[in-house]
Ligand binder design. Sequence first.
Ligand SMILES: NC(=O)c1ccc[n+]([C@@H]2O[C@H](COP(=O)([O-])OP(=O)(O)OC[C@H]3O[C@@H](n4cnc5c(N)ncnc54)[C@H](OP(=O)(O)O)[C@@H]3O)[C@@H](O)[C@H]2O)c1
Length: 164
Amino acid sequence: MKVSIIVATSLNHAIGKDNQLLWHLPADLKFFKTTTMGCPVIMGRKTFQSIGRTLPGRQNVVITRDKNFNADKQFDLTVVGSIDEALVKLHAENEVFIIGGGEIYKQSIDSADTIYITLVHTVIDGDVYFPEIDKSKFDLVWEEKHFADEKNKFDFTFQKFERK
Ligand SMILES: NC(=O)c1ccc[n+]([C@@H]2O[C@H](COP(=O)([O-])OP(=O)(O)OC[C@H]3O[C@@H](n4cnc5c(N)ncnc54)[C@H](OP(=O)(O)O)[C@@H]3O)[C@@H](O)[C@H]2O)c1
């Protein structure tokens, strides 16, 4: 099973504030959807609540210490107590995506085979940050720059890192 992280960060590694994203970039949302479609997505409880709904076409896995989370089955979720429990449960999958947020990225970056970063070309304050990628462990294998337009306010670069 391949473990992939997918994230959008500012130049100063900010990823969120007040449990929200820091920008609205439809081109990045489309990239996220295309890249993750059909694969399980693993997220922290706060990220799930920030999205507010399940992501269609993907098994939604939420990590929480709350044993009663989604006990009323309001959402179609797989609820687990740790990242390891998620990865054990999903071991038969070809690829799984860790989709945030900050706590979950920090705890999973050492298990990731691939990291997809959308680097948003702005410096912005956040209250949640993405950890530094150790370049001695990961190679940049692909990148594609896009310029701001009427729908996407910032320039951004899609990057893909693979573990050496
Ligand atoms: N830019 C991006 O690409 C991107 C992507 C995703 C999210 N975000 C942003 O990131 C922010 C949310 O990140 P966050 O760090 O605050 O929260 P988070 O990582 O989404 O979720 C944290 C929660 O996950 C659970 N958790 C964490 N570690 C655990 C462990 N070892 N065992 C069991 N449960 C564990 C806990 O849930 P309980 O408290 O329920 O126990 C914890 O409160 C938001 O601003 C969001 O918009 C940005």
